[in-house]
Ligand binder design. Structure first.
Ligand SMILES: *[C@@H]1O[C@H](CO)[C@@H](O)[C@H](O)[C@H]1NC(C)=O
Ligand SMILES: *[C@@H]1O[C@H](CO)[C@@H](O)[C@H](O)[C@H]1NC(C)=O
Ligand SMILES: *[C@@H]1O[C@H](CO)[C@@H](O)[C@H](O)[C@H]1NC(C)=O
Ligand SMILES: *[C@@H]1O[C@H](CO)[C@@H](O)[C@H](O)[C@H]1NC(C)=O
Length: 259
């Protein structure tokens, strides 16, 4: 069956589901632009697929990481791309209030993962725009609906930290049992200059390559964080509380061994 028969309606379905359309959290002009660009892009894909008369096929194994990830080490030989999720959540930080020159320290992250395998593989530009647009919607409402606003993509897992240096990904749901594993940082590069800004104009968090730690399942070996939007802390702790969160969204690409 042709993937995009379902995909294109799913990418804009919540537009028509007016009664459950989540609140937009921000009105900064950049952010409004992210939304209108997203909807325009979806509309042009709908138009294109009508003109072409045939739908593209959703083919994960053939997809490569976005060009901006070229500065990270490539996926290890023998691994295959198993899943792409849009992660929407918060980066957490702490500030040492007893130190007037302290800078915010990373204290983990919490995100809900939404299944974006098909859209990122089929229309990488729509996937990137959706990652930006999703930051503008209140996460609690996306969670309540189990759909990533402003699309209809469903939940594929959860991301959190089990220690300060151990990001954990659980991509098992009743619909998709894809694995779960602790990871550690392998490499990091700054987000590109044109990466999406946060709700208050915060810079985008770094692009990352993570490698699995022992104890995982599903053959999950490496995760890339790409297409980051927002999430960075202020430069100093001035005026900040002891702990705080910065909203972010991103794409996580999961590579697995064929175990
Ligand atoms: C959900 O994820 C699985 C595994 O990556 C993929 O095969 C499937 O196409 C995805 N569904 C959508 C709608 O992207
Ligand atoms: C205060 O914060 C600065 C900047 O992070 C750091 O270099 C310094 O060691 C800290 N001082 C104390 C007493 O922790
Ligand atoms: C980070 O934020 C989440 C969401 O509010 C919270 O549940 C979690 O406890 C926070 N974690 C840390 C380390 O502060
Ligand atoms: C990153 O991963 C590569 C490939 O698995 C490995 O050779 C390298 O030692 C790792 N580097 C770090 C800093 O973990």
């Amino acid at each position: 069956m042709r993937a995009s028969v379902f995909l294109l309606p799913a990418l804009s379905a919540s537009v028509w589901a007016a009664p459950t359309f989540p609140k937009i959290t921000a009105a900064v002009s950049d952010n409004v632009q992210a939304l209108s660009q997203y909807f325009n892009l979806v509309a042009s894909k709908v138009q294109q697929s009508r003109i072409l008369g045939q739908a593209p096929v959703c083919d994960l194994p053939k997809v490569s990481l976005p060009a901006a990830a070229a500065g990270l080490p490539p996926p290890s030989p023998g691994l295959y791309l198993k899943h792409i999720a849009i992660g929407r959540g918060t980066q957490n930080y702490t500030c040492d209030l007893s130190n007037s020159t302290a800078v915010p320290q990373a204290a983990g992250a919490v995100a809900t993962l939404f299944n974006a395998s098909c859209v990122a593989a089929t229309y990488p530009d729509v996937g990137a725009m959706l990652t930006r647009a999703s930051l503008q919607f209140d996460l609690s409402e996306s969670e309540a609906l189990q759909r990533l606003a402003p699309s209809n993509l469903g939940v594929s897992g959860a991301h959190y930290f089990t220690t300060l240096t151990t990001p954990y990904f659980d991509i098992n749901t009743p619909q998709w049992q894809l694995g779960a594993s602790p990871f550690g940082k392998n490499a990091s590069i700054a987000a590109p200059a044109d990466a999406g800004k946060g709700l208050k104009g915060e810079g985008a968090v770094a692009l990352l390559k993570l490698s699995s730690k022992p104890g995982g399942s599903g053959g999950l070996q490496e995760v890339y964080r790409v297409e980051t939007v927002g999430g960075s802390p202020p430069a100093t702790c001035q005026g900040m509380p002891a702990t705080f969160e910065i909203q972010y969204s991103t794409q996580y690409w999961f590579y697995a061994s064929k175990a």
